[in-house]
Design a protein around this ligand. Structure first.
Ligand code: SER
Length: 313
């Protein structure tokens, strides 16, 4: 049977590229993009688009019935920096959208769910280097608390109700098609835009703050391959550690200077520094490599080349 996929949060940084990738693979008509707001014309005109609030159970149920949706990718969320400003709104959005989708899967209205977790599930007491799949978590941010709780609920719905839910803990994601919004790792996208427009960038993190990062093509490939893989091999139903590279603001600046030699960076850390300091610097993703053959393709140099080449000012 032809599967029909609904993407919630399709106009965001990940949702946009996931929509294009899934439309490229399965055909435009069977990939239903939705968001609470309109996105770019290209995305909205390349296939079906619905204005939809993922926290509205009835509206969601109606769309799922109308299009006979079999899979949902829940990409709507409030990210780490914004969530610190609006804790209750973040908790409500991040959790009620997840419960809506998990409950629709429990009721067998959909067959499969993708829900992203994040490196934000970890905290200051987590081993910082090569953070293992299973370890101390204790997140200190609103966003991290919502993601860690979400992971426990995914695992619970899988074991109690047989819900086929799959997840990865995305590192900071770097992309040129759509800007990120409200995250702590956003600097790693902004820096490329500023390098091209101003040849200078003031970074809101300190120069030695090392965080796990990934180019968007890898993130999309990971997401699609996890969803396509034989379910019996998917042993982790909370969320898989996922890694590609780790670098500091200083290292990304040096990589940009190979193409733009007079690029300058300075540092003015703000409240996002505390968030970054609570997260790991590198991630052990051997379980994802073992269970569903995960391998990244983009390192920092390759990412920098693609970013500087494709950003349109
Ligand atoms: N990139 C996200 C953020 O910075 C982490 O998942 O909030």
């Amino acid at each position: 049977m032809q599967k029909t996929i609904l993407i919630l949060g399709a106009c965001g940084q990940i949702g946009t590229e996931l929509t294009y990738a899934l439309r490229g693979k399965h055909g435009n008509d069977v990939i239903i993009a939705s968001d609470i707001r309109e996105g770019n014309d290209d995305l909205m005109n390349s296939g079906p688009f619905e204005l939809l609030d993922a926290t509205d159970y009835n509206a969601l149920e109606e769309i799922i019935a109308y299009y006979e949706i079999s899979e949902v990718y829940l990409m709507a969320a409030m990210l780490s920096a914004t969530a610190e400003k609006f804790p209750m709104r973040a908790w409500n959005l991040n959790m009620s959208s997840l419960f809506n989708v998990l409950n629709l899967a429990k009721e067998k209205q959909i067959d499969k769910v993708f829900w992203p977790s994040s490196i934000a599930v970890f905290g200051p007491n987590t081993p910082n280097v090569n953070t293992p799949q299973s370890t101390i978590m204790e997140p200190t941010t609103v966003y991290g608390i919502s993601k860690q709780s979400g992971e426990r609920w995914c695992s619970y719905y899988h074991s109690k109700f047989g819900v086929d839910v799959r997840s990865v803990r995305y590192p900071g994601l770097i992309s040129w098609k759509t800007m990120p919004g409200g995250g702590t790792t956003d600097y790693a996208v902004e820096i490329y835009h500023k390098a091209l427009s101003d040849k200078s960038y003031t970074c809101f993190l300190k120069e030695e703050t090392k965080l796990p990062m990934m180019f968007m093509d890898d993130a999309i490939r990971a997401t699609m391959s996890l969803m396509e893989h034989d379910g019996d091999a998917i042993e982790i139903r909370s969320s898989y550690n996922l890694a590609a590279m780790s670098f500091t603001p200083k290292e990304i600046a040096i990589s940009i200077q190979k193409t733009i030699p007079d690029f300058k960076i300075d540092y003015l850390p703000d409240s996002r520094q505390d968030i970054a300091d609570s997260w790991p610097s590198s991630i052990d993703d051997s379980k994802a490599q073992h269970d569903w053959n995960w391998q990244p393709e983009f390192d920092l140099e390759k990412t920098t080349q693609v970013m500087l080449k494709n950003i349109k000012l």
